[in-house]
Write a protein that binds this ligand. Sequence first.
Ligand SMILES: Nc1ncnc2c1ncn2[C@@H]1O[C@H](COP(=O)(O)OP(=O)(O)OP(=O)(O)O)[C@@H](O)[C@H]1O
Ligand SMILES: [Mg+2]
Length: 296
Amino acid sequence: MTPPYTRPTTSPKDMTELETGGRDPERASVAERTDGAQARVIAPAKGRTIALRDLNAYYGDTHAVRGVSLDYAANQVTAMIGPSGCGKSTLVRCINRMHEEVPGARAEGQVTLDDIDIYGDGVDPTSVRRVVGMVFQKPNPFPTMSIFDNVAAGIRLSGTRGVDLRERVEWALACAGLWDEVRDRLGAPGVGLSGGQQQRLCIARTIAVEPEVILMDEPCSALDPIATLRIEDLIQDLKERYTIVIVTHNMQQAARVADTTAFMLNGELIEHAPTEKIFSQPADTRTEEYVTGKFG
Ligand SMILES: Nc1ncnc2c1ncn2[C@@H]1O[C@H](COP(=O)(O)OP(=O)(O)OP(=O)(O)O)[C@@H](O)[C@H]1O
Ligand SMILES: [Mg+2]
């Protein structure tokens, strides 16, 4: 299949048309469903595989990610762990081309989604970011916007032609496990929600534009244990539809949610293996020292 987002585009609106037009029925978007009842069914989208090959990332002279090659399986959750400053955030930001937004920053190497090189010629970074959504450490709802508008914002940006906005917002909130809590106050400010609700709102905002990969950079570090477990349950549900990469400092969280775990140190990938193996029989002594709390 020709990847729709490698085609040259003139505007985000055109991109939306290309994306929905080029999809196979398996990836049919909510927008394409006209029957109201059916539109509430979660579309059976599939996540993509991600492959990093000799990925290097720099901030000026700082070499933050060093020759990382790593495969993320589709519809799996992969945890990125490692001590502060080892390059986890930088690495995940290379997967949706956000790293290059930092002045003086650059990335080298290959990142492919299925078989598409996202750093290839003619690839529009904006379209990559639509396919690879991101959720940040601290919930960041748009401060002046209502709950509804927070979720609708991304859809509006990418063009609403043919999209039943209300339907899509409801669907995204339902996917994020928040609909029942907010259905009666969609017009209330997003920032009026609790921290855990705000994080689910941000997840709904990410889902609303129908990505295929979701990157989460410490999405629970600002949340209490109950809200954290709620997000972890949600991650388990979301992996049916998306490929998920989650950065975490919480070893228990990695053990609970991740199918595989990757350990980084000083910008390098030390080891990537099934999570159980990383925590019980890691191949590298540095991994063992880290997961048993000897450093970091
Ligand atoms: N905007 C930036 N400008 C310059 N250097 C940066 C910038 N962001 C990160 N770095 C450097 O890149 C390296 C990797 O940082 P990164 O934020 O990716 O680490 P991390 O593993 O996510 O750490 P943490 O667990 O503390 O979030 C560090 O040496 C850091 O100081
Ligand atoms: Mg970080």
